[in-house]
Design a protein around this ligand. Structure first.
Ligand code: 9MG
Length: 276
């Protein structure tokens, strides 16, 4: 299946690794470490050298309980990094739900929008539809500030799938071709451990929607709940989760640890042939 990401095209004969670049003081794993624009830029370049296929640049933390930032603050954080990466050999994704930030990031060179609100804001839909960039439509229940307080579903897999199916339809109706669309169940976004495990177990069902599938499990608290490890010690669990996600249909994994994930996926791809 082809994936069009701005000027880039991927045939997805092997899984892609999206490296996370947080330009935020309060991200749950590398919070503070990459806050300064220059540090974020060199971190991004390091992730490219480690084999990242896409970089996801974010200026506002969406971790449970995170505090919102203004449009201007978010722009001040991400634009210098995106501009500094202009001309790099991998596409840049902007991790934002704000239409103003999407537009400015696309002008600055972003080739993909990673929207945890799945383009439900009509202005966000317009920002993407008026460009050639790819979009990741993510599911979440509630808002980052309160989403982990009491997540509830009758059937989490069916409900997430129905939501994503409706968002794919709305996105296609806005003129965005399905080769530009990625879906994501949003692990940890308004989900208990049992919900996250059910989604990972049955991830394959989301491939029935016929678009690319992204999984973001890296260092997340569900892995802490399973292993008892804090975020700094969740690399083995993150690798296991990425491999499981790819074996169950994810074409893209969003990760902090690019080199380790790339190596692990090389082994999987070699065993599976081109059908990982
Ligand atoms: C921004 N962000 C944090 N976690 C994420 C995930 O799992 N998927 C996507 N698309 N974005 C995420």
């Amino acid at each position: 299946m082809l994936f069009h990401c701005g000027n880039f095209q991927f045939d997805l004969t092997r899984p892609l690794v999206m490296g996370i670049v947080n330009v935020t003081p309060d991200s749950f794993f590398d919070g503070g470490l990459h806050l300064q624009g220059r540090d974020a830029l060199s971190h991004a370049q390091q992730l490219i050298a480690e084999g990242a296929d896409i970089l996801d640049i974010g200026g506002e933390s969406t971790r449970p309980g995170a505090q919102p930032v203004s449009i201007q603050e978010e722009l001040d954080r991400v634009l210098p990094v995106i501009e500094g990466l202009r001309g790099t050999p991998v596409p840049i994704s902007i991790d934002t739900f704000k239409p103003e930030v999407m537009r400015a990031a696309i002008v600055a060179g972003a080739q993909m929008v990673n929207d945890i609100d799945a383009l439900q804001d009509p202005a966000a839909m317009d920002a993407v539809a008026g460009s050639n960039v790819a979009v990741c439509l993510m599911h979440k229940q509630g808002k980052p500030q309160t989403m982990q307080q009491q997540p509830e579903y009758q059937n989490v897999v069916a409900e997430v799938s129905a939501f994503l199916s409706a968002r794919v339809a709305a996105t296609e109706a806005a003129g965005i071709h399905r080769t530009r669309i990625v879906i994501d169940p949003g692990f940890g976004f308004g989900k208990t451990l049992a919900h996250n495990l059910a989604l990972l177990r049955e991830l394959k069902r989301l491939t029935e929607l016929g678009v690319q599938l992204l999984a973001g499990l890296s260092r997340k608290s569900m892995l802490g709940a399973l292993t008892g490890q804090d975020a700094g010690h969740r690399l083995p669990a993150s690798i296991a989760a990425a491999l499981i996600a790819v074996q169950r249909g994810a074409g893209i994994v969003r990760v902090h640890d690019v080199r380790a994930t790339v190596d692990a996926l090389k082994v999987l791809t070699a065993v599976n042939g081109d059908a990982a």
